[in-house]
Design a protein around this ligand. Structure first.
Ligand SMILES: [Zn+2]
Length: 205
């Protein structure tokens, strides 16, 4: 994002980018810089498709986690709630390349629970932004912690990063695992162990 609207206006003038065509012009420029001819038949609709794809991959910026989490149900339940094997796809903020894998979330209710579908939706909101896996993991756990105020939250994510697989170290099977443990998941070894046992069948290695 440019630092000021003024900067963006100047840039658009220099590049002669018509208003409302910023995305398409930028992708056409990118295609040109990659050594392609943006006007050839096969690439004609590529700028529009890239725009639509990137807008979807970053749609999480325009969604509010509070709206997803503000409806909870009162219960007497005090057993751990676990939602595991949530598929997620995100873009690494260093290379704009995908990283993707599984997310496992648990919380220990404090008189309140969420609808189960809310957790995968929350994962989508934070995944559909430019991310680093560590921050994504923490954001998911903290959003539940802040809005639901449970006794504890745990989030574990395991992901393959295309920026590691296609370039750099080119390790095809390396997976990054990150975790965030809050409340009782941090203070109680027993609770943490119970959660890790429940998700272990999903975790690699
Ligand atoms: Zn990367």
């Amino acid at each position: 994002m440019p630092s000021t609207d003024d900067e963006l206006r100047k840039l658009k003038q220099v590049l002669e980018i018509p208003a409302g065509k910023e995305w398409e012009s930028t992708v056409r420029l990118l295609l040109h810089l990659m050594g392609e001819n943006p006007s050839r038949e096969g690439l004609r609709r590529t700028p529009l498709r890239v725009k639509q794809a990137l807008q979807f991959f970053t749609s999480g910026y325009r969604q509010d986690p509070a709206k997803i989490l503000n409806r909870s149900f009162d219960v007497k339940q005090d057993e751990m709630v676990v939602v595991k094997d949530i598929d997620f796809f995100s873009l690494c903020e260093h290379h704009l390349l995908p990283f993707f894998g599984k997310c496992h979330v648990a919380y220990m209710p404090n008189q309140k629970i969420l609808g189960l579908s809310k957790i995968p939706r929350l994962v989508d909101v934070f995944s559909r932004r430019l991310q680093v896996q560590e921050r994504l993991t923490v954001q998911i756990a903290e959003a539940i912690n802040v809005h639901l105020k449970p006794l504890g939250v745990a989030c574990v994510m395991e992901a393959s990063h295309l920026c590691m697989m296609m370039r750099g170290v080119q390790k095809q099977n390396a997976k990054a695992v990150t975790s965030s443990m809050l409340g009782v998941f941090r203070s109680s070894e027993k609770t943490r162990a119970e959660f890790l046992t429940l998700i272990r069948s999903s975790l690699v290695g």
